[in-house]
Ligand binder design. Structure first.
Ligand code: HEC
Length: 215
């Protein structure tokens, strides 16, 4: 399908070079249609699953945000590193087990490559989010939904919710000048491959991602 579209494109390009721009316009429209399908929950998905998926994603963000805030103000940012490192996977694990799903956080750039690197569909979701933000979509309600066929005739739900950079994130993910020296040293020692700095407020930092096998 993709292949034949491509060869048709190149054929038209060679024969009718002046129409090439029309093809470009057509592929943009097509790409827009594909992403539009992932904006809302698929029509076959039951409302309980939809609500549960939204709830656990919001709960992870809510619980983490609170813990981060309270630890930052009571003990300072260096102590709060452990919130991101330990509390995040432990909250995600509890919520995942409770709802028979797998949930984690991934980044557009990553501090912990083992935990935060997006797989293929998660990368797709992040790229879509960047595109939708550029088109002016409000980040607070931005979601990605897809149901895919997996082995044994089963289906799997893929869901992502955008995580945006807020002021509180900057002492650990901002520009080098915003990160206190001792904290920067701690991060460098614990995460020698860190890529997750240089962000500013309002940028896409990553996503909460949920996968769930459907019956
Ligand atoms: C006190 C320092 C600190 C603050 C503040 C902080 N983070 Fe992080 N963040 C980290 C650390 C450390 C990790 C790596 C955690 C791990 O080991 O999985 C991380 C990882 C992440 C990841 C997972 C992807 C990756 O890069 O590994 C996301 C997403 C993320 N942070 C978003 C945020 C957002 C959004 C905020 C603000 C609301 C924020 N962080 C505030 C330290 C911080």
């Amino acid at each position: 399908m993709k292949y034949s579209t491509l060869s048709l494109k190149s054929m038209i390009k060679t024969r009718y070079p002046s129409f090439a721009f029309l093809l470009t316009a057509a592929s943009i429209t097509l790409a827009g249609t594909t992403s539009a399908q992932n904006i809302s929950p698929p029509s076959g998905l039951d409302t309980v699953t939809i609500e549960q998926t939204r709830t656990i994603a919001n709960e992870l963000l809510g619980q983490l945000g609170q813990k981060l805030k309270s630890t930052m103000s009571a003990e300072g940012p260096e102590a709060a590193v452990s919130v991101c490192k330990e509390a995040s996977p432990s909250i995600a694990k509890t919520l995942s087990a409770k709802h028979g799903a797998q949930m984690t956080r991934v980044g557009t750039r990553v501090r912990n490559p083992a935990m935060g690197t997006p797989n293929a569909w998660q990368k797709d979701a992040l790229m879509q989010f960047e595109g939708r933000l550029a088109q002016g979509e409000a980040p607070a309600t931005m979601e990605y939904w897809k149901v895919v066929n997996i082995d044994d005739g089963k289906r799997e739900l893929h869901y992502a919710k955008a995580i945006m950079v807020q002021p509180i994130c900057l002492s650990c993910h901002g520009a080098a000048s915003e990160i206190p020296a001792s904290l920067s040293e701690k991060i460098r020692l614990e995460y020698p491959q860190d890529q997750a700095t240089g962000y500013s407020v309002g940028k896409l930092r990553g996503a909460v991602v949920v996968s769930k096998t459907l019956n």
